[in-house]
Design a protein around this ligand. Structure first.
Ligand code: SAH
Ligand code: SF4
Ligand code: F3S
Length: 449
């Protein structure tokens, strides 16, 4: 491949569109893919219909993702026939599942490029082969290597930014496919992370979200723990706001709580997935904590940071979950009163331990449970929002509200979305807002300064 190829891309004004599924890691991977394609001279397309290259960055944490992906890719068959030069690429976690890349390649011979979570740096070669030689590249089951530094990133969400601090997961929760499709835990070097956050702060980003499947176990292969890294980010980078996710309850340390409490630029927000309110279920999930331990953690967090906002993930209908065990989850929600919860129906993932367990729960029971849980949690969130009325909050302005014209929107330190009327362009600034109204999922406010 030579520079002429990049010129050709530029001259022809080729543009790309990326469809991203799944979690923040995938969102951030898509920013890297966009970075690589931009360096090759491609532009972002206005939409999928006008793109010369379409990339699907897949997730497979739940089973129905496969149906959806196959549907969406299948729908492009006609378009590819009409425009043979259209490049179609599929990548991400699902392509790392056993046999999936091959199945997809066989089902849809018109796909040009398939690769997993660990090969994006080879994208220029793959695009070159497709455009110059009409060749397909299918990368299947590539082993997970070291984290690759210096991949260009084209970010989507200024003034917010994502920085990945580690990849993979070693926890093997019995329901979860992530360790199989993202490999073992690998941590970036602390200095590389500090350098990246510093450059983001210099470039005008106001907030960083440090990303990892389990940030609290950061540090493998470095001599730095997560609380130490967090303290360095808080003191050495000039970043105005710092968040992080996800935290595994078994690995939260008193040091982490102390660092969070100590620095104003670390947001008082903790995402602490509990998954279930019943000890027996937690054990079968291989979560390695009890509800008593979890509650003790929450107590320590609230003691150190009374206003800390808490969010969680919950799975209902795990194999063998009884009515009584589900009631324990309901009771825990009632007690903790999370500000946000991501609630899922258990989904069987081939290759995981839980997929082989007996007593899989019927769809009917799962549906009844999730409906009750979601309804109650929505009410709790609303009640929490009402309690915020009259308080003064620092809000980082993210943009214009899509819902109400003339309003700006942004998040409080604790992560709540606030809309407030303002004509001025304050995007990227941290402003002070008085909360005037609590709605179901957002707050309304007025600008003080
Ligand atoms: N590492 C993070 C995120 C993992 S995936 C963590 O530990 O929290 C995000 C969420 O998806 C999980 O917290 C879990 O609640 C949910 N999830 C994972 N596997 C699932 C499955 N097989 N069925 C239903 N929900 C699942
Ligand atoms: Fe999955 Fe558990 Fe790892 Fe999270 S900690 S990614 S739920 S195995
Ligand atoms: Fe994330 Fe889905 Fe992969 S949740 S890590 S994109 S399987």
């Amino acid at each position: 491949m030579n520079k002429d190829f990049f010129h050709k891309i530029k001259e022809n004004k080729l543009c790309f569109h990326i469809e991203t599924y799944g979690c923040q890691m995938n969102e951030h991977d898509s920013e890297k893919i966009a970075g690589i394609l931009s360096e090759m001279g491609m532009e972002k397309a206005a939409d999928m219909e006008t793109a010369d290259m379409i990339v699907f960055n897949t997730c497979c944490v739940r089973e129905n993702a496969e149906l959806k992906l196959f549907g969406n890719v299948g729908a492009l068959k006609k378009e590819k026939r009409r425009r043979p030069s259209l490049i179609i690429a599929v990548c991400g976690c699902m392509m790392q599942e056993d046999g999936m890349a091959r199945k997809l390649a066989q089902t849809f011979p018109f796909i040009d490029i398939i690769f997993g979570t660990n090969s994006m740096q080879e994208l220029p070669q793959m695009v070159y082969a497709a455009i110059e030689h009409g060749e397909r590249t299918i990368i299947e089951n590539k082993p997970f290597g070291a984290i690759i530094e210096d991949i260009p990133v084209r970010r989507n969400s200024a003034p917010l930014s994502y920085v990945s601090i580690m990849q993979g997961c070693n926890n093997f929760c019995s329901y979860c496919i992530v360790p199989y499709v993202r490999g073992r835990e690998r941590s970036r070097k602390p200095d590389d992370i500090i350098k990246e956050v510093k450059s983001l702060a210099c470039a005008g980003y106001s907030e960083v979200m440090l990303l990892g499947q389990n940030v609290n176990s950061y540090g493998l292969g470095t001599d730095t723990t997560f609380p130490e890294l967090l303290e360095r980010v808080a003191t050495e980078t000039g970043m105005q706001r710092i968040r992080f996710m996800t935290s595994h309850p078994k690995d939260i340390s008193p040091e982490l709580i102390a660092v969070m409490a100590k620095y104003d630029n670390i947001c008082k927000q903790l995402h602490l997935p509990v998954q279930s309110g019943a000890d027996r279920v937690l054990e079968k999930m291989n979560r390695r904590y009890t509800i008593a331990r979890y509650k003790e953690l929450i107590r320590l967090v609230r003691e150190a940071m009374p206003d800390c906002s808490l969010s969680t993930d919950i799975i209902v209908g795990f194999p063998g979950e009884t009515d009584e065990e589900f009631e324990e989850t309901m009771a825990l929600m009632e007690e903790i009163r999370y500000d946000a919860a991501y609630m899922f129906v258990y989904s069987k993932r081939k290759g995981t331990v839980a997929a082989e367990m007996e007593d899989q729960i019927s769809d009917e029971v799962k549906k009844a449970r999730i409906t009750r849980l979601v309804n109650r949690q929505n009410d709790i969130m609303y009640e929490n929002n009402l309690k915020k009325v009259g308080t003064i909050q620092k809000v980082l302005v993210e943009g214009r509200s899509k819902r109400s014209v003339g309003d700006l929107c942004g998040r409080t330190d604790c992560g709540r979305m606030v809309n407030f009327p303002c004509e001025e362009d304050l995007i990227g600034k941290i402003v002070t807002v008085r909360i005037t109204e609590g709605k179901r999922s957002t707050l309304m406010g007025e600008l003080i300064k």
